[in-house]
Design a protein around this ligand. Structure first.
Ligand SMILES: Nc1ncnc2c1ncn2[C@@H]1O[C@H](COP(=O)(O)OP(=O)(O)OP(=O)(O)O)[C@@H](O)[C@H]1O
Length: 269
């Protein structure tokens, strides 16, 4: 990747499932170090966008590049925090194993020195999310939020150039929401990662957000939070009257007929 190359580049990108178009004509460059919030109602195609970047889903039209190369599966430049799904109690993979998968494809697995360095990195990543004690525990025995912290460690352990986060704060308590948000922000600010952060609730990360991609029913808007998160733009996007107010530095969105009711459900009160 050169200095001028975007970390993520979509050109004329479209994704349809059968007759249903999730989005079309999407041109988006995400620069190294940029934090992009991806918003939109259920089913608007936010997770599908991340799957395209992961090389798990083909575009219907257009192109996608990651750090200057076509998107492909198993790209070790990408860290991915998937949408939370609680693992069954029968899952016996240990915390340190799951985090170690985040380094697969890297050179740390080779030789005793590599193995020692690999273990150090895994331990450091687990400590960063207060999950050191889960290193040897079967993941199925951990709570949803504890599992989530291990997934965050997995996504960050490989020092990714692109960090894809699918509702990463969902099951975390307030202290861990803050911790995980700041780890993600640090990966952007200090390591220059491009962050795509899918969320139903922008407020906990609003201070970190450079731009917003808002998807609604095949339409979308891209811009700074002020450019997108205002009554005129969201009313046009939702094709109904939407009121956006700033209250004490927080955004309150009303009038999207329940589709976006999450905006008034404050998780970071
Ligand atoms: N492989 C597939 N084949 C057909 N339809 C699919 C496929 N994957 C996703 N969809 C549909 O595409 C739509 C968008 O799904 P996606 O998971 O991207 O939405 P989302 O914006 O992430 O939603 P949510 O907020 O509920 O997580 C959904 O209606 C889903 O059923």
């Amino acid at each position: 990747m050169t200095a001028t190359e975007p970390a993520v580049g979509l050109r004329g990108a479209a994704l349809s499932y059968g007759p249903r178009t999730l989005w079309d004509g999407l041109d988006l460059d995400v620069a190294p170090g940029e934090f992009l919030a991806v918003l939109g109602p259920n089913g608007s195609g936010k997770t599908s966008l991340l799957r395209v970047l992961l090389g798990m889903q083909e575009l219907t039209a257009g192109s996608v590049r990651i750090a200057g190369e076509p998107a492909r599966r198993g790209n070790d430049r990408i860290g991915y925090i998937p949408q939370q799904r609680t693992l069954e109690g029968t899952v016996t993979v240990r915390g340190s194993d799951l985090v170690g998968f985040g380094l697969d494809g890297h050179r740390w697995g080779v030789g005793w020195r590599g193995r020692r360095e690999r273990k150090q990195r895994v331990d450091r990543a687990l400590r960063a999310v207060d999950a050191a004690e889960y290193a040897r525990m079967p993941l199925g025995l951990l709570s949803g939020g504890e599992q989530q912290r291990v997934r965050v460690a997995q996504a960050l352990v490989g020092d990714p150039a692109v960090l894809l986060c699918d509702e990463p704060l969902l099951s975390l308590d307030l202290a861990h929401q803050r911790k995980v948000s700041s780890l993600i922000a640090r990966q952007a600010e200090e390591a220059g990662a491009a962050v795509l952060f899918v969320t139903h609730e922008i407020n906990p990360v609003l201070p970190l957000v450079d731009r917003v991609l808002y998807l609604v029913d095949g339409r979308f808007r891209i811009g700074t939070p002020d450019e997108v998160m205002n009554s005129a733009t969201l009313s046009e996007l939702f094709r109904t009257d939407v009121e956006v107010a700033r209250v004490g530095g927080r955004l309150v969105v009303a009038g999207t007929d329940g589709a976006e009711s999450h905006h008034v459900h404050e998780v970071d009160a």
